[in-house]
Ligand binder design. Structure first.
Ligand code: NAD
Ligand code: ZN
Length: 389
């Protein structure tokens, strides 16, 4: 089959690889109908995620048709149409039982690598390095889905793939980011990053009762989407001082909650950006927490900073003093997709939201090298690429 393989920093290509096979009784094989590139894939593409090997198959947002099931998968049959969550969870361990699916204790066969870095490992992930299990990903014609009796949800109704695909990751991610803000009616939520995750966090913040959303980015097409599709007020951080503007917009008090939907590869202006770039280049720092620092500084006293943006290692100049002095709540982590899929499918079904609004480009899987480059550079007003095998 054809699959998108990581070949090194900023290099992906289409490889012919063996078709996946059922290895365990709880596996299923899914024939992919639609897959997408995620902002998290860019961290791999840009060489920030350790333990990738040339030839590793990428992709963790995918859906399609079940073509084969293992003997213990009783809830799926051939021909079912499913969306698959990006984290792999056993459904039986202490963490799965508490709805903390992305922290599953049983699905990362390489947990020892993550143990060395973080002392504990989270769940295995599709297409996301050997540290997270080395599972081949979904930017391919077929995928082996382990624990298929637990993860995939069936789509029965007449919904387009584009409407439900993002249940695999970015819709639950945006939603959990907003839910983590403990939004009360009337709240103002500021969101750093108008990528797909940020946009879906904005929509989710309104669904959960926010009164105002303020979006921050520098890419004009994305800021426009935030304004036109998500009813957000916008700040271009290259044209305005973010902290001052947020203060002005909130009567001097600051947003009630701040969402960092940017993560480790933040861009910035001025000496702070140079500082982080240099320290990362010298390997004295692993991530560039520019949006995160701003979110902490901007947030009102007693507010919440929610961090869906991915961080991988050690950061510098983390304003713990400001966070402490203001009594902030910080919430973060890999999304517990399983917890949200059914709830959010209902939202889509009811017409509360159509997440396909984030898609700017539909391409063929064979165009993956160009798709990755475009999504990374944000050229041609690219906000999200979906690919058909
Ligand atoms: P993306 O790269 O498309 O979007 C990031 C956006 O942030 C871009 O539009 C960029 O211009 C903007 N940005 C950069 N620096 C900024 C700054 N200083 N201030 C404001 N905006 C800035 O990515 P995405 O797909 O939207 O994903 C966003 C983040 O969420 C990534 O870190 C991704 O890895 C992460 N993510 C996490 C989970 C999870 O489970 N927690 C799931 C999916 C994605
Ligand atoms: Zn993702």
């Amino acid at each position: 089959m054809r699959a998108v393989a990581w070949e090194g920093k900023n290099k992906v290509k289409i490889n012919n690889v063996p078709d996946p096979e059922i290895l365990n009784p709880r596996d299923a094989i899914v024939k992919v109908s639609l897959t997408a590139i995620c902002g998290s894939d860019l961290h791999i593409y840009d060489g920030y995620i350790p333990t990738m090997k040339p030839g590793d198959v990428l992709g963790h947002e995918f859906m399609g048709e079940v073509v084969e099931v293992g003997s213990e998968v009783k809830n799926l049959t051939r021909g079912d149409w499913v969306v698959v969550p990006f984290a792999i969870a056993c459904g039986r361990c202490f963490f799965c039982q508490q709805d903390l699916w992305s922290l599953c204790d049983n699905t990362n066969p390489n947990a020892w690598i993550a143990d060395n870095l973080y002392r504990f490992s989270g769940a295995g992930l599709f297409g996301y390095s050997h540290m997270y299990g080395g599972y081949p990903g979904g930017q391919a014609e077929y995928v082996r889905v382990p624990f298929a009796d637990v993860g995939p949800i069936k789509i029965y109704e007449d919904l387009r793939d584009e409407q439900v695909l993002f249940l695999s990751d970015i819709f639950p991610t945006g939603y959990m980011a907003a839910e983590n803000c403990n939004i009360r009616p009337g709240d103002t939520v500021a969101v750093w990053g108008c990528g797909p995750v940020g946009l879906l966090a904005m929509k989710s913040a309104f669904m959960l009762g926010a009164n105002r959303v303020i979006a921050i980015d520098r890419v004009t097409s994305r800021l426009r989407k935030a304004h036109e599709e998500c009813c957000a007020e916008t700040i271009n951080y290259e044209q305005a001082d973010v902290l001052e503007t947020l203060k002005e917009l909130t009567g001097g008090r600051g947003p009630d909650a701040c969402i960092d939907a940017v993560g480790m590869e933040a861009h910035g202006v001025g000496p702070e950006y140079m500082y982080d770039r240099t320290k990362v280049a010298l390997m004295l720092e692993m991530d560039r927490p520019i949006a995160l620092r701003q979110a902490i500084h901007a947030c009102r006293k007693g507010g919440t900073v929610s961090i869906p943006g991915v961080y991988g290692g050690l950061i510098d100049k983390f304003p713990i003093g400001a966070a402490f002095a203001k009594g902030l709540t910080l919430r973060m982590g890999q999304t517990h997709v399983h917890k949200y899929m059914r709830l959010l499918l209902d939202r889509i079904r009811r017409g509360d939201i159509d997440p396909s609004f984030v898609i700017s480009h539909t391409m063929s899987l064979d165009e993956a090298p160009a798709a990755y480059q475009m999504f990374r550079e944000k050229t041609d007003d690219c906000t999200k690429v979906v690919m058909k095998p």
